[in-house]
Design a protein around this ligand. Structure first.
Ligand code: HQG
Length: 183
């Protein structure tokens, strides 16, 4: 008998959408820290035509290219590590950043960034990468690549606060243009 393999990438994108941006699409309500009960999530996914069961969910979490999701220690809840546009309090502790962080973007954004610095736009934070290769992948999502080096060491000395999500994305509120170098 021929079985159809679930498309984990596609289902992962769906999960990202409902956990970070539009939970109302499947009628779920993440708690203030962004957690959703897994039984409720799976039931609501089924109801809305996305047949995700527990093994599929665990496969999405394990194989996701950016390790976007985490399951709680008791195995009952799931949330995304970062990147939400819905209001959530992720509870990360401030942490000292490396001296240089990287931000990849597209050339059409460069002028605005040089004027106003890096703004968090629709997300909760500005997202920065610890290595240039990752930042390149982030940037080319938007168009022709432009790369900024961020003087994170000096920002921290000047009082800016940084967080690092468990999947290694560096987060801060705003990067004034003075700390940016277009490379
Ligand atoms: C740009 C993905 C004009 C900024 C990735 C970026 C990342 C400005 C865009 C995560 C600006 C926002 C985040 C200014 C910032 N003027 N443009 N003043 N300030 N911008 O997608 O950093 O797949 O919200 O350069 O891997 O590209 O979601 O942020 O180009 O980690 O898990 O405004 O999203 O992860 O775009 O990506 P985004 P991002 P996920």
């Amino acid at each position: 008998m021929k079985t159809t393999q679930p498309n984990l990438v596609q289902l992962g994108k769906f999960l990202s959408m409902v956990l970070r941006h539009r939970p109302e699409v499947i009628d779920i309500q993440p708690d203030p820290q962004g957690w959703v009960d897994i039984d409720v999530l799976l039931t609501q996914c089924h109801t809305h035509g996305k047949p995700i069961d527990r093994p599929i969910l665990e496969a999405i979490v394990a194989t996701n290219n950016k390790k976007r999701y985490t399951i709680s220690e008791d195995g009952r809840r799931i949330r995304a590590h970062q990147g939400h546009s819905i209001p959530v309090e992720l509870g990360y502790e401030p942490i000292m950043p490396p001296n240089i962080l990287y931000h990849g973007t597209a050339v059409q954004h460069v002028e605005g960034i040089l004027q106003k610095g890096l703004l968090r736009q629709k997300r909760h934070h500005v997202h920065l990468s610890a290595d240039q290769q990752t930042a390149e992948k982030v940037g080319i999502r938007h168009g022709r690549l432009a790369m900024f080096h961020v003087d994170a060491g000096r920002m921290q000395v000047d009082g800016h606060v940084f967080f690092c999500s468990p999947n290694g994305v560096w987060l801060t509120d705003h990067v004034p243009a003075d700390y940016l170098k277009l490379v």
